[in-house]
Design a protein around this ligand. Structure first.
Ligand code: BGC
Length: 716
């Protein structure tokens, strides 16, 4: 560790000094003016060409080997040149869903955080803020001024390849966590972005599918998550998605962009297309797209022509430019631009480890096998999933490059697209360190019989299993790939004291669950993953996370037993197809409740090494509050996530509960705490399509927390 620090110190003087920026003294540089006023003052000076220059990118750049890298580009996913004479810097955009992508391109370092689905499992808005601030800080240190992470689509399809970079099946949890993440990111004076607007809920056919959905369902599900995140963070950008929604591409969908996002949600930033997701000039411009990415096919010369001819009014172009400039002023990237320096990997790792500790969910702990007692355990068999060298990460544009190369393949530099990448955070190393008296042996799990033999000869077996997920493709089933179910079954048959650690991008099925004593869901746990897992396995950290998604027993229990379109032949241009998400409002746990299906592990579920009780639950309809007391009745300090659900009156037509509030309650043994939570009226409302507005349905509401229920009334 010391050697690394010395290397860092030496690296600093070798860096090029920050580029001196031309001093521009226009009135828009007056920081006391509002971002909107400052943007207007700049626009008054701009030529038509300069305006057009801001509303498109400069090509695929570093994303496509061989594509030209424009001068000034920081070699991220996107680049928009600045307007030097007016003091407007270039926009350098980087993919950064779970850490900064492609850092290895210039021998830089980026911290891999736990997947955002894991962050959501913490139910901790402060952890989300911290998460965003790590990304924001490292973007600045790498010279970027805009993030294009921020996935907030609902986990409607549990086999979606991008679930690890989304947050939850619940819109209030997803919107809150990603909104807080964006607040943290933008607090570092970097522009944020949330994506993929909207209903990019599966990767199968993402460029050709048309989501067919009624307004109420749209607004109460995925769009609610976007609404909450927009309100919390006012992100600079919203990235529109590849798919169509009700017949129009998302990036030229007037209802989604102009009506809902800009008018109803009050979004003040700009809409940028997903990479290659723009399909027209005039239609897209008039329907609310503000910037084409990554090139200029529609918003370059073609847009200039459309403005010249009056097809697109110049006022609309000014609005696009205004949205971009006001966000640049509001986020501080003009007044305080990033200066490239060296990322501090130790700080990043520390934060990543803390978030991982809060994200790992204890799903099963039969007979109190966990936590392990390091002073008593004599032998541990560690099996599978390269647990001798590292932890898995998610792929696609959320891929972060591992420091020092891939822990398994030793591949150096920028990671290969859609190949599993392993980070050097080795469970074997940390478990050995934590249990120095025990013999800890590793078996790679390739041969279940050999693994079972080691398990049989050991006191405890810890089997790591994984499911690699990546952008561009969905999992065909919830089943673990690569014969890993058979591996777990063989190990558990040899040694009932078996603990399974899952590294997955979302829910998986567990046909072996009854034969093992412990199960931990670790998601992709990030660069501090092995340390956090070890701390939980040995009880240095008491797990507190809860599932942000339902774990179904099998694919047959899902609203769609198969991912829609999964059997499309891989022809060059597969025909477009409609997807009717027939679960409608009943996304995730709501489906299981309404359909009376028993999940394997429900949404909101997670165990602790201590126990909690609830008492005195009261709901007040007039004050819109709920109050209750939580007590730690066990022997260890722990944090209870108190979740509050509400069932609306029958007239609402939603015969299932919804999560409306929660609080993390840290408690020492024997301690109790009174909690009062405010219920946001929006979270109690339905969208009335006839009246085209949100409505609090009068009547009797049922509130639930822990094992308790309480009714409250809302009158006309
Ligand atoms: C992804 C986006 C990503 C962009 C740039 C697209 O394929 O859908 O999430 O930000 O590429 O890499």
């Amino acid at each position: 560790m010391r050697l690394h620090k010395i290397a860092l110190l030496f690296a600093i003087p070798l860096l090029a000094p920050a580029q001196p920026r031309p001093k521009v003294n226009g009135p828009w540089m007056d920081k006391s003016l509002s971002p909107d006023r400052r943007a207007d003052l700049v626009i008054a000076q701009m030529t038509l060409d300069e305006k057009i220059q801001l509303v498109h990118g400069m090509g695929w750049g570093a994303l496509r080997p061989g594509a030209p890298i424009p001068p000034g580009s920081n070699e991220g996913a996107g680049f928009v040149p600045g307007i030097e004479r007016l003091g407007i810097p270039a926009i350098n955009l980087a993919d950064s869903a779970v850490g900064v992508r492609m850092a290895a391109l210039e021998s830089r370092y980026g911290t891999l955080l736990p997947s955002t689905i894991g962050l959501a499992a913490s139910f901790d808005p402060q952890a989300a803020f911290l998460y965003g601030s790590v990304i924001g800080r490292e973007l600045r240190e790498q010279g970027f001024n805009m993030s294009i992470g921020g996935g907030v689509d609902l986990i409607r399809e549990p086999r979606n390849g991008r679930n690890f970079e989304y947050a939850s099946e619940d819109p209030i949890l997803a919107g809150t966590m990603i909104g807080e993440l964006m607040k943290g990111l933008q607090s570092e004076r970097v522009m944020g972005d949330i994506k993929h607007y909207a209903f990019n809920d599966q990767e199968t056919g993402r460029n050709i599918l048309n989501v067919v959905m009624d307004k109420r369902t749209m607004l109460e599900t995925d769009l609610l998550a976007f609404q909450i995140a927009v309100k919390l963070a006012q992100p600079a950008g919203v990235m529109c998605s590849y798919n169509k929604v009700n017949g129009d591409y998302a990036c030229e969908n007037g209802y989604l962009l102009n009506q809902v996002l800009k008018k109803d949600f009050g979004f003040q930033g700009w809409v940028l297309s997903d990479w290659g997701g723009t399909h027209s000039t005039t239609k897209a411009a008039l329907n609310g797209l503000d910037q084409e990415m990554p090139g200029d096919r529609y918003f370059g010369p073609a847009l200039k022509k459309a403005v010249d001819s009056g097809e697109v009014p110049e006022a609309r172009l000014n609005d696009m430019v205004h949205r971009i400039l006001r966000s640049m002023f509001a986020c501080g990237v003009i007044d305080d631009p990033p200066v490239r320096t060296v990322v501090d990997p130790f700080r990043g790792r520390h934060d990543a480890e803390h978030i991982a500790e809060e994200s790992i969910v204890l799903l099963k702990n039969e007979g109190g096998l966990l936590p392990l007692d390091a002073s008593r355990v004599a032998s541990i068999a560690l099996i599978g999933s390269h647990a001798d060298v590292g932890v898995l990460s998610g792929g696609g544009s959320a891929q972060v490059d591992p420091p020092g190369g891939d822990a398994v393949t030793h591949h150096q530099g920028v990671s290969q697209w859609n190949h599993p990448v392993w980070f050097p955070s080795a469970p074997l190393k940390y478990i050995r360190k934590r249990a120095p008296l025990a013999t800890v042996e590793y078996d790679d799990g390739a041969d279940p019989a050999a693994a079972a033999k080691l398990a049989k000869a050991s006191q405890v077996a810890i089997v790591f299993v994984n499911q690699y997920m990546t952008e561009g493709r969905d999992a065909r089933t919830l089943s673990l790939p690569l014969n890993q179910d058979a591996l777990v079954a063989a190990v558990a048959a040899a040694n009932p004291r078996t603990i399974v650690v899952i590294e997955s991008g979302g829910p998986v099925s567990m046909p072996w669950v009854d034969s093992v004593q412990g199960v931990l869901e670790a998601w992709y746990p990030g660069i501090g993953g092995a340390q956090a897992l070890t701390a939980i396995l040995f009880g240095d950290v008491n797990p507190s996370a809860r599932l942000p998604v339902t774990f179904a027993r099998s694919d047959a229990d899902l609203p769609h037993p198969e991912v829609p379109g999964i059997d499309l032949k891989p022809v060059f241009r597969p025909p477009p197809f409609d997807v009717h998400y027939t679960e409608g409002l009943k996304v995730g746990y709501k489906w299981f409740e309404a359909e009376h299906k028993q999940p394997l592990f429900p949404f909101g579920y997670g165990l602790s090494y201590t126990t909690f009780t609830y008492s005195g639950f009261e709901a007040d309809g007039a004050a819109r509050t709920v109050s209750f007391t939580v007590k730690n009745t066990g022997k260890r300090a722990g944090t209870e996530i108190a979740e509050v659900y509400v069932m609306l009156p029958p007239a609402a037509g939603e015969p299932f509960k919804r999560l409306v509030a929660w609080e993390r309650v840290p408690l020492k043994p024997g301690e109790s705490k009174a909690v009062t939570l405010r219920l946001d009226p929006l979270y109690l409302s339905i969208f009335n399509a006839d009246k085209n507005g949100w409505e609090l349905v009068p009547g009797e509401y049922q509130a639930f927390t822990g094992p308790l229920a309480s009714a409250f009334h809302i009158s006309d």
